[in-house]
Design a protein around this ligand. Structure first.
Ligand SMILES: *Cc1c(COP(=O)(O)O)cnc(C)c1O
Length: 394
């Protein structure tokens, strides 16, 4: 069976973890935490980078930093992972779901302004598949209405928008090192802070609401409870693991891009015939080969293709059921723009709420992800390509 994903080990992970263990400093903010954070700051120009235990946690830190209060509104795509919005819902935000672009799952900048009200505080663009959202447009809207922008860059490490690293453009950025991402730590994440206003507070929230970081730098002579926060910093073991991945990032990225190109070329013929759609790469975006997906013509066809591939020992997966139709969102009026109890079906509710997110629903029904991981062999890719071609052309 060709799996959908296989976490890649560079070989140095256990060695660095061993070093961290026997260094005697196991908790966070030690040598490996600093090595990782310095790398990200220097390599990508983030003003500050803080390791977190997940991207979900980085998003939760962002929601606290944005000072989200009950009733505040946050604009996010509906075609995304739950954490993108859950971090804000935990602070009491109402989520205004925005549709995806027609040609790719990223938030459609043309549809953002209609969702802005007096209560809007934050826009959360998600760089789907590591492909940049149109950040100039989004930042211009944020400027015009005095909003904050938190980039959900979970999938977007080492990817760029007009030459600028993703995660460095919004006020805050959030990355994931979950084992399904390009570089991994099992579970792990990173918060990037690009606006000076948030730097001091970010460290305090990170360190359980204390000014411990300042104390250890000798800036204050005692530390105490000064703000909101939680235990967001990971142990040294997580950063030690990640360091081995960072050291090999170029090698990992090069191989992932080769696999991506092989898929793209191998399916071009079917795309030319209109049988499926290949990923759209806007000219302002780079490709970090986080994911290879195709868009089928219907839900029914996608279901048959998944089965065909599975019958031939290939695991493909779809993801993201539209969040605006999720059980949580539809049963929690406090997280929605307006109350509507009288309506019977989700589709009716969505129509009344103006949540007719046609592109989002189409990607939820028709997008299919193919296996993509460092150790996937060319032979495997060719086998997958052959089966997809056979499915469409008999
Ligand atoms: C993976 C992912 C997350 C969550 O990352 P974790 O590190 O697992 O918390 C959030 N948003 C998007 C878009 C993701 O792909």
């Amino acid at each position: 069976m060709i799996p959908f994903n296989k976490p890649f080990l560079t070989g140095k992970e256990a060695h660095y973890i061993y070093q961290a263990v026997y260094s005697g400093k196991l908790s966070g903010n030690g040598v490996y935490t600093k090595k990782c954070q310095n790398f990200f700051e220097e390599h990508y120009g983030f003003k500050k980078a803080l390791m977190t235990t997940s991207c979900t946690d980085a998003l939760e830190m962002a929601a606290i930093l944005c000072d989200i209060k009950p009733g505040d509104e946050v604009i996010a795509p509906s075609y995304t992972f739950v954490s993108t919005v859950l971090a804000f819902v935990r602070q009491g935000a109402k989520i205004m779901f925005c549709d995806s672009c027609k040609d790719n799952p990223n938030i459609d900048p043309d549809k953002i302004e209609a969702l802005i009200t007096e209560r809007t505080k934050v826009i959360v663009p998600v760089h789907y598949a590591g492909v940049a959202c149109d950040m100039d447009r989004i930042m211009a809207i944020a400027d015009k209405y005095n909003l904050l922008v938190v980039e959900d860059a979970a999938q977007a490490i080492d990817s760029y928008y007009k030459g600028r690293p993703l995660g460095s453009i919004g006020h805050l950025g959030c990355f994931s090192f979950h084992e399904t991402k390009n570089i991994i730590a099992g579970e792990g994440g990173l918060l990037t802070i690009n606006d000076d206003r948030f730097i001091r507070r970010s460290e305090i929230i990170w360190e359980k609401g204390t000014n411990r970081s300042e104390f250890f730098r000798g800036e204050v002579n005692k530390y105490g409870w000064v703000d909101n926060g939680s235990s967001f910093l990971p142990s040294e073991l997580i950063s030690a693991f990640l360091w081995a991945q960072i050291e090999n990032m170029d090698m990992i990225q090069t191989r992932r891009k080769e696999i991506w190109q092989r898929y793209y070329q191998g399916l071009a013929c079917l795309a030319d015939k209109g049988l499926l759609t290949l990923p759209d790469m806007p000219e302002y975006a780079t490709n970090n080969a986080h994911m290879f997906y195709i868009v089928c013509r219907s839900l029914e066809e996608r279901t048959r293709l998944i089965k065909h591939l599975k019958d031939h020992e290939i695991l493909s997966v779809f993801h993201y059921l539209s969040l605006h139709k999720s059980g949580f969102y539809t049963s929690h009026p406090e997280s929605r723009p307006e109350n509507c109890q009288e309506l019977t079906t989700i589709d009716e509710e969505c129509a009344v709420l103006g949540l007719d997110l046609v592109n989002c629903d189409r990607f939820a029904d028709c997008l299919l992800r193919l296996p993509l991981f460092y150790e996937l062999q060319d032979d495997d890719v060719d086998k997958i390509l052959a089966e997809i071609n056979r499915f469409y052309e008999g």
